[in-house]
Write a protein that binds this ligand. Structure first.
Ligand code: ADP
Ligand code: ADP
Length: 219
């Protein structure tokens, strides 16, 4: 069963203006449960644009976006926001953790926004941190963590509300190769354990080759 289906997606920035930028043309892809799909291609080929469309942050000019079988393309902003909060998790190249909050608190906050009670949210945060080997860092602030640790916390935060689809844009892009490898192995383990689907943009061809499938843009 597919978590995400993009069907015939096209996108041009500045359509109708003096300098339209065609980025995606009739692109289709799917992500199944438990599957990690790599999105590769040179800079400027539309990887971020595609992740924004899949993440319901931007809309395509044409094509369908099916999330767990539901076509989100025609839904209103409220339905898209709700689906984003309940079904999607995001990880970026830079972690964007809140600096004044601890690792655990950074994972608790998105759950409170989803009306999870404080004690349950804290328990889940600690579970996630244990999963990625960071129990001993729960009460540390981001600045007290290494780059690899910060990025592992960012993954925990993305998974806090048990999304069905994880979208990641260069999630290991600012890490050294050894740390990047460790974070990647952790990610693969999380996907295998949870049956989540993941779509991951990366420049790292070695990592892409270890994912289940590779989709190339700009070929
Ligand atoms: P990638 O992630 O593969 O580097 P992007 O999706 O960021 O590619 O960008 C694809 C193309 O679209 C680039 O040429 C970029 O300059 C252009 N682009 C991205 N966002 C916008 C925007 N908001 N307005 C106009 N052009 C954009
Ligand atoms: P990694 O293998 O994840 O890259 P590092 O070798 O960078 O880890 O860091 C080793 C340990 O030092 C980590 O457990 C980290 O929490 C701690 N550490 C790293 N940077 C800082 C810092 N600025 N303040 C406090 N502790 C730090």
């Amino acid at each position: 069963s597919d978590i995400l289906v993009l069907d015939g997606i096209s996108k041009t920035y500045g359509m109708g203006g003096p300098a339209p930028v065609p980025v995606l043309s009739d692109l289709s892809l799917s992500v199944a449960r438990g599957e990690v799909v790599a999105l590769v291609g040179p800079s400027g080929t539309g990887k971020s644009t595609l992740l924004h469309i899949a993440g319901l942050l931007d809309t395509a000019d044409s094509g369908r976006v099916l999330l767990n079988g539901r076509d989100m393309a025609g839904q209103n902003d409220r339905a898209r926001t709700e689906a984003r909060r309940e079904e999607l998790g995001f990880v970026y190249q830079f972690h964007h953790l809140l600096p004044e909050f601890s690792a655990a608190e950074n994972i608790v906050l998105p759950q409170l926004a989803n009306a999870v009670p404080q004690s349950a949210a804290r328990a889940r945060a600690l579970d996630l941190l244990r999963w990625v080997g960071l129990s001993h860092r729960a009460d540390h602030r981001p600045a007290q963590l290494s780059g690899g640790e910060q990025q592992r916390v960012a993954f925990c935060r993305a998974l806090a509300n048990q999304p069905s689809l994880l979208l990641a844009d260069e999630p290991t892009g600012n890490l050294d190769p050894a740390t990047s490898d460790k974070v990647f192995d952790m990610l693969m383990g999380l996907v295998r354990d949870t049956g989540l689907g993941a779509l991951i943009a990366t420049h790292n061809m070695e990592l892409a080759g270890r994912m289940d499938r590779v989709i190339r843009l700009g070929a």
